[in-house]
Design a protein. Structure first.
Length: 532
């Protein structure tokens, strides 16, 4: 049995997926929720949201992600960062997954990745769980119903949480696997119900494909000024650094919260929805995101709730600190209807400094911007990956190493060229700790971060008096309206300034040691901006 709208010449049978039970093509949100409830995949929450658990996998599994090593990609994949899988092992995995699915019901969504039609990727997502189909329908871009009549996917994702891989047979690390085959235009995901694997697999695809077209793929949120689509700001950062929160500014139009491209024409969102962290979310501090948790069809993952009233507990992290909600972009009142904007005028690199060393904002030269982009310093936030229970300092190149199939210098040079061409102003913003390291200091006040960003984006911050940071060499404002002066000098926020100096030198050395891997691949001006 088949249900839903689909190109009649592009059913799963045409892709070699046969012997299935019912196949549900391109169901809309009400039907997907009905099917998910019928199967006991979750619970109906307040306002018609869908409350679910992802089981033992409450974050991504980056160590279980593989790229199939074929001649066509052999010389272009960053193998030090991407675990290889042999083609024959992938073929066995594929065959075994399809055999496992025989007789089972599946759900199919045909979707677009990319708001710019010139650069979009047409993706088919086949899921065992109805709520996974709802999730990816939110997160990617939804074709018009009539467009489905001619839809033919360029890549297909098959996600089967009930299938357990065999490391000896399938050439993987554990029973969990995410395997990308660029030749067969196929991604296989098994033994994880964490929905974020679906969207990040698509992001990885675009990170490989778009640089070849001169388009810069970015792990960033983006917004533009109201009434001026050319005044675009992008916010680079890993999960938990504030991409979603800081780009959802009621004074600006939200282009998207996580993944974008920068082409010769401008900025475009890869996605059609948001995947926001909900731990400690409050109605007062983030009213729009909070409100989505009570909207129809919003997917709420791994949150503790009252079994009778279904009221969510935003502070309970007993299941995971990586509690999240997924919703379509139109649930944010100031979201862009097109997902498009001009070329970025301001580039913000968000970092979550667990050492309490970095200032809340710093202005970067283009060379310093490339240094910090390639460094990608932040802290892994609790729950984002399996096994991370508290912030851990890390360097994730290009603010997204787990999703980068090509070498970092490819993305760095693309960004360098675009900054040189547009003259964009670059900022480093620390949303981490002040007054001490994690465990002794406190988290940077979000009100102060917002005030600093407002001043940066409206241009007034450029008129401030700056000092040169003695540790990193970038410029730090001395005084900014609505921000305590002491906060702008992190050394003064520590009770023991000598202890700050020790901590700062420790961080400087970490930067230098990490950056040594790029020195042979970069230009002289970036090398000169390096520390050490």
């Amino acid at each position: 049995m088949t249900t839903g709208r689909v190109n009649p010449e592009f059913r799963l049978e045409d892709q070699g997926i046969t012997g299935l039970g019912a196949v549900y093509y391109n169901l809309l949100e009400p039907a997907l929720i009905e099917e998910a409830l019928k199967r006991g995949e979750g619970t109906l929450g307040q306002g018609g949201s869908f409350l679910c658990s992802t089981g033992s996998h409450t974050g991504r599994s980056p160590k279980d992600k593989f790229v199939v090593r074929t001649p066509s990609v052999e010389d272009t994949i960053w193998w030090e960062n991407n675990a290889p899988m042999a083609p024959d092992a992938f073929d066995r995995l594929h065959a075994d997954m399809l055999a496992h699915l025989r007789g089972r019901e599946v759900f199919v969504q045909d979707l677009y990745a990319g708001a710019d039609a010139e650069h979009r990727l047409d993706v088919r997502v086949v899921t065992e769980l109805a709520w996974h189909n709802l999730f990816i329908r939110h997160l990617l871009r939804r074709p018009e119903r009539a467009e489905l009549d001619d839809f033919i996917a360029e890549f297909t994702i098959v996600n089967c949480p009930s299938f357990k891989a065999d490391p000896a047979r399938h050439g993987c690390r554990s029973e969990t696997v995410i395997a990308l085959n660029f030749d067969k235009k196929l991604i296989l995901i098994a033994n994880t119900a964490y929905a974020g694997e679906n969207k990040k697999s698509v992001f990885t695809l675009l990170n490989y494909i778009l640089p070849g077209k001169g388009v810069m793929p970015m792990h960033c949120s983006a917004n533009h000024a109201i009434g001026d689509e050319e005044d675009v700001a992008v916010f680079f950062g890993l999960s938990g650094t504030g991409k979603t929160t800081l780009s959802a500014d009621p004074g600006r139009v939200l282009i998207g919260d996580d993944e974008h491209g920068w082409s010769d024409k401008g900025t475009f969102n890869f996605e059609g929805g948001c995947y926001a962290k909900t731990i400690n979310l409050s109605r007062e501090a983030e009213p729009e995101i909070y409100a989505t948790t009570e909207r129809f069809a919003t997917v709420v993952e791994n949150m503790v709730f009252d079994p009778e009233t279904k009221a969510l507990d935003f502070e309970d992290d007993s299941l995971t600190a990586n509690t999240r909600c997924a919703y379509p972009l139109e649930y944010i009142s100031n979201a862009s209807a097109t997902g498009l904007g001009g070329k970025p005028r301001n580039i913000i690199m968000l970092t979550c400094d667990a050492f309490g060393v970095l200032p809340p904002i710093a202005r970067l030269t283009p060379a310093q911007a490339m240094y910090h982009f390639l460094s990608g310093f932040t802290a892994k936030v609790a729950g984002t990956e399996r096994g991370v229970t508290e912030p851990q300092p890390t360097f994730s190149t290009c603010f997204g190493a787990p999703f980068m199939p090509r070498r970092p210098e490819v993305y760095g040079k693309l960004l360098q060229e675009k900054i040189r061409h547009t003259g964009a102003t670059c900022w480093l913003v620390n949303t981490g700790w002040t007054g001490g390291a994690y465990g002794s200091g406190s988290r940077m006040p979000i009100r102060s971060t917002r005030a600093l960003l407002t001043a940066a984006l409206d241009g007034s911050l450029n008129a401030a008096r700056f000092r040169k940071d003695p540790n990193f060499g970038f410029e730090v404002p001395v005084s900014v309206p609505d921000v305590a002066d002491v906060l702008l000098d992190p050394r003064r926020t520590w009770e023991d300034e000598a202890a700050y100096d020790v901590q700062a030198q420790k961080l400087v050395k970490m930067f230098a040691d990490n950056f040594a891997q790029y020195v042979a691949h970069i230009d002289d001006d970036i090398r000169a901006a390096a520390i050490g």
